[in-house]
Design a protein around this ligand. Structure first.
Ligand code: NAD
Ligand code: ZN
Length: 405
């Protein structure tokens, strides 16, 4: 038996933020990030709409990018004091993910972070509150997914919380919110969305319900991502839908080792001054993982199907896989994203020597590989890597060398 779960309601199109006016309840807590939603007026509008719905509103703000366990615990405390019956998370993947984890702790105050990380082990929610997610970036699709990614900074590791219990009740996909994104954010979140769709399509948990969502998302991303990056707002609006479709696919088909590696490399070099931003990590690792997974016959055929839909050509599946890899690399170039960690600057742009020193990478490699194998996303990857293979693959991601194993 397989399960396919999405939010009960999804409001999309310009102006759909107004759907907040239709909520029925007494108290809403808005969870928001560092200031972009306030700066562009969306926070005030959301607050106003909730008040029009007759609700008392409190705001929990300042949720940082790649949110920490500590922030989750602080937000849960605020919820326990205010006792909302609606949690309204607005912003990028970070504040929405943090709010999902706060929600668990609010409903079950004794639940520890370790408890939350047990895959598909969250107890029944909605005894105290329902959840609305309003996304302002076009990538994570956390407004429709069963995931939340929280970083344990003591360990330098991102942990995915995974359970359909945290799939929001209502998703609002209003493209107006995405129009204020700076170009770099468009690039990173867009490549995150592409990775979601490609990994979902070849995942061992793919099915007839997720395939069309993944394929349509990939086609829309091909048509719109670069134009969106170049400030074409019609393309920007289309990307907001495309990333959401990709999210519907991967929330139900799960992901693969591009994400396992991104989760385990994102914060591990923070002591050298920067993060490897999630979408940029995916963009660098995706071509390598396609080459690695294509050694699996079923995965190779499915990459071939993607290539046929995209019209990228190729006389057999081997050529098609090579064309898909070239397509992804070309996107990186057009979006100013490096091809490997060695060339990843602290500002995320390509450079000769990035912020992760070679010797530090090599010293931490066995641990990173072990953690990536243990990541929740590895189980649904079409090929299960050994410790040795994962280390080799990560080296290819550091040096941009060919994956021939
Ligand atoms: N839950 C999931 O299914 C899932 C999937 C993929 C990634 N993630 C996680 O999501 C996080 C990344 O989320 P993200 O990429 O959406 O970025 P983010 O939420 O971290 O935001 C990045 C920056 O962009 C700003 N910003 C957000 N929206 C803006 C807008 N419309 N205009 C101007 N500035 C804006 C924010 O203030 C912030 O400074 C990571 O922690 C990643 O691991 C979660
Ligand atoms: Zn992702």
């Amino acid at each position: 038996m397989q399960r396919f779960t999405l939010p009960r309601d999804l409001f999309h199109g310009k102006g759909s933020l107004e759907a907040l006016k239709t909520l029925k309840g007494k108290k809403a807590m808005i969870c928001v990030g560092g200031g972009s939603m306030k700066r562009f007026g969306f926070l005030d509008r959301a607050e106003q709409y909730l008040k029009e719905a007759g609700m008392e509103v409190e705001i929990f703000s300042g949720i940082e990018s790649d949110p920490s366990v500590e922030t989750v615990m602080k937000g849960a405390d605020a919820m326990l004091k205010f006792e909302p019956d609606w949690i309204v998370a607005i912003g990028g993947g970070s504040p929405i993910d943090a709010a999902k984890a706060m929600w668990i702790k609010y409903e079950y105050p004794d639940c520890t972070f370790e408890d939350m990380c047990k895959v598909f082990g969250i107890p029944e929610l909605r005894r105290k509150a329902k959840f609305v997610a309003v996304s302002s970036t076009s990538g994570t699709a956390t407004e429709v997914t069963a995931f939340s990614i929280i970083t344990d900074y003591a360990k330098g590791i991102k942990y995915p919380i995974a359970d359909f219990e945290i799939t929001p009740d209502i998703a609002i996909v209003d493209p107006e919110l995405a129009e204020t994104m700076p170009k770099k954010l468009v690039a990173h979140t867009g490549m995150d969305a592409l990775t979601h769709a490609v990994e979902a399509y070849v995942s061992t948990a793919n099915c007839d319900y997720t395939d069309p969502l993944a394929i349509h998302a990939i086609e829309m991303i091909r048509d719109n991502l670069v134009n969106s990056y170049n400030e074409d707002m019609t393309a920007r609006d289309a990307m907001h839908n495309a990333q959401c479709l990709a999210g519907m696919a991967f929330s139900n088909a799960l992901l693969g080792i591009v994400h396992s590696m991104a989760h385990k490399t994102g914060a591990i070099f923070a002591d050298y001054g920067a993060h490897i931003i999630h979408g940029a990590a995916n963009a660098m690792y995706l071509p390598k993982v396609i080459a690695f997974n294509a050694k699996d016959e079923t995965a190779k055929k499915r990459y071939g199907v993607i290539v046929d839909y995209l019209g990228l050509g190729g006389k057999d599946d081997d050529e098609k896989v090579a064309n898909l890899i070239a397509f992804c690399r070309d996107l990186n170039d057009k979006l100013n994203i490096p091809h490997c960690i060695k060339n990843y600057g602290a500002d995320s742009y390509p450079c000769e020597q990035g912020f992760v020193p070679e010797e530090v990478f090599l010293e931490r490699l066995p641990e990173i590989a072990k953690n990536a194998i243990g990541d929740a996303c590895t189980g649904s990857n079409p090929r299960q890597p050994s410790q040795e293979e994962m280390e080799k693959l990560l080296k290819c991601c550091y040096y941009d060398t060919e994956v021939d194993f």
